[in-house]
Design a protein. Structure first.
Length: 187
C-alpha cells in the first residue's frame, strides 16, 4: 500500500483567508530556564480551523451539526478514492470548474456512493505564491451538484476558494446538507 501526503505546508507568512482569520507565524521558543539541556521547540500562532489543508463538516455553516471531532478516524483512511484531474489552471483570476469538464475528465473511473472524490486542477503548484488564494479556481453550482449526485463520503480539491465571492454560486447549503465532508485545499 502506498500512502501519499496531499496536505500543504504551514509556514510563517503563508496565505490565509481574509479577516477575521489570523496570519500564521512560527517562531522559536526560548530555552526554558527549568531545563538543563538544550531544548529546541517552536510556537505556532495564528492557526485556525482553516489553516492549510483542512477537513470540514456541515458544522462550518451550522453550529448544531456534527463537527470534525465526531468523525471516526477509521472512516478517513483506506477509503476508495477517485481523482478527477482537470486541465491545469494557469494564473488567471478565478478560473471556473464546470460540470461540463468534470464528466469527461472522469474517464473510465466509476464513482460509487461513499467514495472520496478529489478534483485536481494543478492549482496546488501555486501553494506558496502570493496569488494562491486570490486567483484560485472555483466551482459552479452545477459542478458541485454533479459531484453530489454520486453521494460521495468526501469531496476534496486543490483550490482553497471553492466559491466566487463576487458572484456566489449558492451551493453551500446543498453541499453541507448532503453529509459529504469537504477536504481542501490539497496539493
Amino acid at each position: 500500500m502506498e500512502l501519499i501526503d496531499i496536505t500543504g505546508p504551514i509556514y510563517t507568512g503563508m496565505w490565509t483567508y481574509e479577516e477575521p482569520y489570523p496570519e500564521v507565524k512560527i517562531e522559536p521558543i526560548p530555552q526554558p530556564p527549568w531545563v538543563e539541556t538544550a531544548v529546541f521547540s517552536s510556537r505556532i500562532s495564528g492557526l485556525s480551523s482553516q489553516t492549510g489543508t483542512y477537513l470540514e463538516t456541515a458544522a462550518h455553516i451550522n453550529s448544531k451539526a456534527l463537527s470534525v471531532d465526531s468523525i471516526k478516524l477509521q472512516d478517513l483512511y483506506l477509503r476508495d478514492t477517485v481523482i478527477i484531474n482537470l486541465p491545469k489552471r494557469t494564473v488567471v483570476r478565478q478560473a471556473i470548474i464546470t460540470k461540463e469538464e468534470l464528466a469527461p475528465s472522469l474517464g473510465n473511473q466509476v464513482i460509487e456512493p461513499g467514495m472520496a472524490v478529489i478534483v485536481g486542477t494543478g492549482w496546488g503548484q501555486y501553494w506558496q505564491e502570493d496569488y494562491y488564494l486570490a486567483h484560485a479556481p472555483y466551482f459552479t453550482y452545477e459542478a458541485i451538484n454533479w459531484l453530489l449526485s454520486w453521494s460521495p463520503f468526501l469531496i476534496g480539491a486543490d483550490s482553497p476558494r471553492w466559491d466566487n465571492l463576487a458572484n456566489p454560486q449558492g451551493f453551500w447549503q446543498e453541499l453541507f446538507g448532503s453529509g459529504s465532508l469537504v477536504l481542501a485545499p490539497v496539493v
